[in-house]
Ligand binder design. Structure first.
Ligand code: GAL
Length: 335
């Protein structure tokens, strides 16, 4: 445990403090663990679900373990320079451990070197640093999921639906599925890899595919909606399916489809993440399925690692961890 926070808090820190559990007086004889959590952008629907899970999990862990945990959540608002500055502040304040959702996943080296100099362990999550960076220090961990497996499970959902509802899906009966593709951010491990694995699984399952169009909509609802509006204007009823790298963009496409002009179109929409809004859309029969990107499981792994590393302990065993990388399994969600 490092020295206590001392004097007045930085204006910056006032942004989002969570002191999970009791006040200092009530627990003055217990240890205090100070954790900094940085999100690449909290406007992202899945990241905002992760924040909620992390919040709950830190509170639960504090109750279970003899330790007062103070967590400071920061939003880097899509700017790596802002995030670097926030990390610098945490290091100056001598926090015990930092949990980092990088803005630019190729930009971890300098952050790791700073952490190492100050001996403050780092748990990266959701946006995976390249392996050369992870190898820079043995107090660096990553928690996420296996992008290829996520895409494969999407492909399975698609195949299952196709088998049961071939005529509904292949509207023009040409033996091909004409689809449009909503991709996440360029350079993100969960974009191109999910796409490739999903399409490969569908093709290997014996279904011929024809891509009408595809574009990066950067994980965003609004951008997904905008792209879909353009494709509807261009291809209309020619579109048979929408494959999306995540739920937020898929939900945006659904909103575009809600326009009265398109009310009669039958277009099957497939997402990934399993956020509440997508689960509701599946129940209503508006999406054929999604893949659960297990925010709760990932939060549990992050919090357990942070609690151990922050107390200078060797991390307890964690399922699905190999070489300091935890890949929490995905799961299929359909009706
Ligand atoms: C992915 C998730 C996306 C988005 C992205 C942000 O794993 O599926 O919805 O949140 O992370 O890095």
């Amino acid at each position: 445990m490092k020295k206590s926070i001392g004097g007045g808090l930085l204006g910056l820190l006032a942004a989002a403090m969570l002191c999970a559990g009791c006040t200092a007086d009530e627990k003055s004889d217990t240890q205090e663990l100070r954790v900094g959590v940085l999100f690449y952008n909290q406007d992202d629907m899945f990241i905002s679900a992760m924040r909620q899970e992390l919040d709950e999990c830190f509170r639960k862990t504090e109750k279970q373990e003899e330790c007062r945990i103070t967590v400071s959540f920061f939003d880097s608002m899509g700017n790596q320079l802002t995030q670097n500055e926030q990390i610098k502040q945490f290091i100056e304040r001598d926090y015990d451990v930092l949990c980092v959702n990088l803005v630019d996943r190729t930009d971890a080296a300098a952050i790791i070197d700073e952490g190492k100099k100050a001996d403050i362990p780092l748990v990266f999550f959701n946006r995976e640093p390249v392996s050369a960076d992870l190898a820079r220090w043995d107090k660096v961990y990553y928690v996420g999921a296996d992008a290829a497996e996520g895409g494969r499970q999407q492909g399975e959902i698609f195949l299952e639906y196709y088998k049961k509802h071939k005529d509904v899906m292949d509207k023009n009966g040409d033996g091909l599925i004409q689809y449009v593709l909503l991709e996440g951010e360029p350079g993100h491990q969960d974009a191109a890899i999910r796409t490739e694995s999903c399409i490969k699984t569908i093709k290997e399952g014996g279904v011929e595919m024809r891509r009408l169009a595809g574009a990066n909509a950067n994980w965003r609802f609004n951008q997904g909606k905008e792209k879909m509006e353009g494709w509807l204007a261009e291809f209309g009823d020619g579109i048979e399916a929408v494959i999306s790298n995540n739920d937020a963009m898929a939900l945006g496409a659904l909103e575009a489809l809600d326009e009265p002009e398109w009310a009669d179109l039958q277009i099957q929409v497939l997402g990934l993440d399993g956020i509440e809004e997508a689960q509701a859309a599946i129940k209503e029969g508006r999406m054929i399925g999604t893949v659960l990107n297990d925010a709760k499981g990932q939060a549990e792994a992050i919090v357990q690692l942070a609690a151990d590393l922050g107390r200078d302990e060797t991390p307890r065993a964690i399922s699905h961890m190999e070489n300091r990388v935890v890949r929490v399994p995905y799961d299929i969600l359909t009706q």
